[in-house]
Write a protein that binds this ligand. Sequence first.
Ligand SMILES: [Zn+2]
Ligand SMILES: [Zn+2]
Length: 381
Amino acid sequence: MQAQAQEAVRWRLDIVNASFMTGIPILTAIGLVWYTMNHGFSSVELGIFVFMYVACGLSITAGYHRLFSHRTHKSAWPLRLFYALFGAGAFQNSVIKWCSNHRRHHLVTDTDDDPYSVMKGFFWAHIGWILIADEERVEKVEDLEADPILVFQDRHVFVLGFLVGMVLPGVAGWFLLGGVTGFLGGFIWGGLLRIVIVHHATFLINSAAHTWGTQPYSTANTSRDSPFLSLFTYGEGYHNFHHTFQADYRNGHKWYHWDPSKWWIRGFSFIKMTSDLHKIPDKTIESRKMKTAFETSKKLSNSEIKENVQSLIDRLRKGYTDLDTHRKALKAAKKNKDGVSSQKMKSLCNEIKKEIKAAKQAIAQIRVEFQQWMDGLPSMA
Ligand SMILES: [Zn+2]
Ligand SMILES: [Zn+2]
């Protein structure tokens, strides 16, 4: 009887959250239909929507997630303030509360203590955990509590969210479209509709990116890489990479991976607004990838085979170390121009470039060997 009572308390519906999460989409649908029928829509409404979508979305991915939760880089106060204001406008609670949940998610992924564990079902991971007043499980966030901007945001998050996330797009509509109708246009497009879309884009990372996609870097948890999800989540779809290398400011680590959050963070480093951008070395990433490919496809326990794969990984790491050394030497040679004739300099640089090319070829060769070797193994999966 007592256990039942406890259970009932534990699974209580969070009235405020549940009303907001269901009320806003309903209001959005009604508002959009009414507004479009009476006033149509133009590029201005769309422009307000896009601005708010980018500002609030990036505040969650680059700010709440990569800067505040994972400390993958440092950021100047104007950017932190921007994240605090537009992140509040995303209506995903304060930085302090969001990061506390998120750090816990990484620490105990897929367990009962994970606030949005996909093991409790897709719906739970997506939105269920917000609707239900679950037992609070907090992670330490003392580093964030030392930032006055974040303490202020935590204290006034709903007022700030209302002003930045709802009133601001309305005011923009008032000026750009004119009067009360314009205010409603900005409010419906840049406020309501944008809140719903940013919400569910973020939630998909907890649900879909733990359900569908590939696991190139680790199979230790349910996280998956989904380039498709990255298209509308500012690069957060590379979630298997992120769970494996959470200290990296990138989620899509290759230059061609669609990851606007990493471009945003890197872009601000050129004007010194961000610094200490942490990157996991390529050799660590690729050797991890080889190991995972080996473990998942063959699952062999023969120690000789394991040694073989280890020796390939060691050669790969050496290849990357050589590449790094030569690249540094080239940089140093180019810097150190004093007293060296341009002819001599040119030949020295050419020599180093040859070494770089050789190191790249060696890495490519190891990749081919690894693939051939894997293909030749008997499948025991
Ligand atoms: Zn994370
Ligand atoms: Zn995750």
